[in-house]
Design a binder for this molecule. Structure first.
Ligand code: ADP
Ligand code: MG
Length: 381
């Protein structure tokens, strides 16, 4: 991340200097399609994120420069002042959500730049929202707690960017902690830090560069399957509200009452919630081999039971196994995006070379490679 460029741009545009704030993107080690089933996720903040220089300007306007896009936008802070640039709407949304909560935000100038790849599944948008939510809270002494800052980012996506996301991304960005992942209970929103310090391993994402086009209709269908199975189980076990409350025994009791497809979907979810808990136990013991096996288990489940993988992702998963990668799986909702890989250091170079070469030959496009480290959450620099 280049602080210098941001500093220079800010000085050039506004003739002064402000404070620097940073918020990270995130990965999710394991726990996919568990959130809407009331289960857990296991994200961690990464060492890539969004850097913003910010200074109050004593006016009622926001003047913002997106360094990476070389675009400038100027807008007011009332509901009707929404900017047209999509990147500026994230900043505007954060400001509006703070104002809605009674926070007194004044106008400010900003220049910002990030190194989270856009739209690759590492949540560049949460990095952007969290940076501004965190910074404005400090600069204007608003006294908003971290949990509410994450919610402000989420509400920004919902109300100003048209993305009905959960809270994981913003939560991880704000709450990230070096050397730790966050086990977040998507039902209660309670969280716990889990140690993650894989000495001798690297974490790397390989981007299949396949866009998640199928994702939203398939996503709705998967949710319907989960609901259908819950409804069937509930007849015998009224306490079951979500698949989080069910186990394989309960699922087997209704095997003849649900479709084979719905059964497979629920099987994946119930197993995935357990896999995540098992992975957390293994992390507490520093047992990365078991963690890796669980990651492969997730990939298998997402590919064969939940059926949200694709040829490109399955290929990357196969290559990982062949190259002796400890753990590998598709990260995110599926149908495209990245695989996340836990790779022994001495196997890293060969894995990357083999995967990139093989993938390019087979699919005629080059995958992107993003090595990441688990880092800290939102902060002032
Ligand atoms: P992601 O999965 O990376 O969060 P999204 O589509 O949710 O992808 O968010 C990407 C959007 O966030 C971009 O289209 C842009 O509006 C904004 N954004 C992210 N990073 C930057 C950046 N470095 N500069 C300007 N805008 C950015
Ligand atoms: Mg996003």
């Amino acid at each position: 991340m280049d602080n210098k460029i941001v500093r220079e741009k800010f000085a050039e545009l506004f003739g002064t200097a402000g404070d620097l704030y940073f918020s990270p993107g995130r990965v999710n080690l394991i726990g996919e399609h568990t959130d809407y089933n009331g289960g857990f996720v296991l994200p961690g903040a990464i060492d890539k994120g969004m850097l913003a220089e910010i200074k109050p300007n004593g006016k009622n306007i926001i003047r913002a420069f997106a360094v990476d896009l070389n675009e400038y936008s100027e807008f007011g802070m009332n509901e009707e002042d929404a900017p047209k640039e999509s990147w500026a709407r994230y900043i505007f949304g954060v400001v509006r959500e703070i104002i809605k909560r009674g926070g007194k935000v004044e106008g400010f100038d900003t220049a910002f730049s990030g190194d989270v790849p856009l739209g690759a599944g590492l949540s560049s948008s949460a990095a952007l929202e969290s940076t501004f939510a965190f910074a404005l809270n400090e600069i204007f002494n608003l006294g908003i707690d971290k949990f509410e800052l994450a919610k402000i980012g989420q509400a920004t996506e919902h109300n100003y960017c048209g993305v009905k996301c959960g809270i994981m991304d913003q939560f991880a960005s704000v709450f990230g902690k070096e050397g730790h992942l966050i086990r977040l209970d998507c039902r209660s929103l309670e969280y716990e830090y889990v140690p993650f310090d894989p000495k001798g391993y690297k974490v790397v994402l390989i981007d299949s560069v396949v866009k998640h086009e199928l994702a939203s209709s398939a996503y709705n269908k998967r949710r319907e399957s989960c609901e259908a199975v819950v409804a069937a189980i509930k007849k015998r076990h009224p306490e079951v509200e979500l698949l989080r409350d069910a186990d394989m025994k309960m699922l087997d009791e209704v095997k003849n009452e649900v479709s084979a497809e719905d059964y497979r979907r629920a099987e994946y979810v119930i197993e995935e919630i357990q896999r995540l808990l098992d992975a957390c136990d293994a992390l507490e013991k520093g047992d990365y081999k078991t963690v890796g096996e669980k990651m492969y288990g997730t990939h298998y489940g997402m590919s064969k039971l939940y059926e949200v993988s694709c040829e490109e992702l399955d290929y990357l998963n196969d290559v990982a196994r062949e190259c002796g990668v400890t753990g590998s799986r598709v990260m995110g909702g599926g149908f495209g995006g990245c695989t996340i890989n836990l790779v022994p250091e001495d196997k890293y170079d060969n894995f990357i070379t083999t995967a990139v070469k093989g993938f390019t030959q087979k699919f005629g496009k080059e995958p992107k490679v993003y090595p990441v480290k688990i880092g800290a959450g939102s902060r002032k620099l």
